[in-house]
Design a protein around this ligand. Structure first.
Ligand code: E4P
Length: 217
């Protein structure tokens, strides 16, 4: 499973990128707002840092305007992936922009039917939002499973980019289901390294080591 980082925080992306943990980046208007940076400037910086696709989201709601914004975003760098919302207009923009050779991430997906439409419209990635479904007592992971089955049934090449990931457990479940990509905030990716038994075990080893009076260096 590929790891994308869901943030516009450049130092946080750089830290994970140095560890080989970053296969791409996703941003959205809220994350750009949080960064306090200009969208073009910060997105360019991220694209220069990371080899994989960097999603930058359009904010227009009508297809022609989305297409114009998408074309502008695509000029930022070769690895830009244009992100459009899963609306009827977003699907129209997806079709036109993907036919022009761009990578497209269709976002705000909350149903298997929406994912089916995005694949038909030529999306490179579909972004089903797990956490926001869980927030309203629906099963976000079940949606990932459904989309996996449908895409496999018909050999769609659109990649499932599990999004709105809130916990390390979401990452494990997405990997088990077979999501192609998971995008998560840096703190969730880091939390995957945590285990109480690792901490306890290390503590015990270090206490015993102290008793030996030895040094390695
Ligand atoms: C994905 O591309 C979105 O930017 C993101 O995963 C949304 O996550 P949230 O529901 O935690 O805001």
């Amino acid at each position: 499973m590929k790891f994308f980082v869901d943030t516009a925080d450049v130092p946080a992306i750089a830290e994970l990128n140095d560890l080989g943990m970053v296969d791409g980046v996703t941003t959205n208007p809220s994350l750009i707002m949080k960064s306090g940076r200009d969208i073009i400037e910060v997105t360019k910086e991220i694209c220069d840092l990371v080899d994989g696709p960097v999603s930058a989201e359009v904010v227009a709601t009508e297809a022609d305007a989305m297409i114009a914004e998408g074309r502008k975003l695509a000029q930022i760098a070769e690895n830009i992936c244009i992100k459009v919302p899963l609306t009827w207009d977003g699907l129209k923009a997806c079709k036109v922009l993907s036919d022009e050779g761009n990578q497209l991430n269709v976002t705000l997906c909350f149903s298997a039917n929406q994912a089916l439409l995005a694949a038909k419209a030529g999306a490179t990635f579909i972004s089903p939002f797990i956490g926001r479904l869980d927030d309203i007592n629906l099963d976000g992971l079940e949606l990932i499973e459904d989309i996996r089955t449908i895409y496999d049934n018909y050999g769609f090449e659109t990649e499932i980019l599990a999004a709105s990931i809130r916990t390390a457990n979401h990452m494990k479940e997405c990997a088990l289901i077979g999501a192609d990509v998971a995008t998560a905030p840096p703190n969730v990716i880091k939390a995957m390294a945590n285990h109480i038994l690792t901490d306890k075990g290390l503590d015990a080893f270090l206490k015993d080591w102290e008793k030996t009076g030895q040094k390695i260096l």
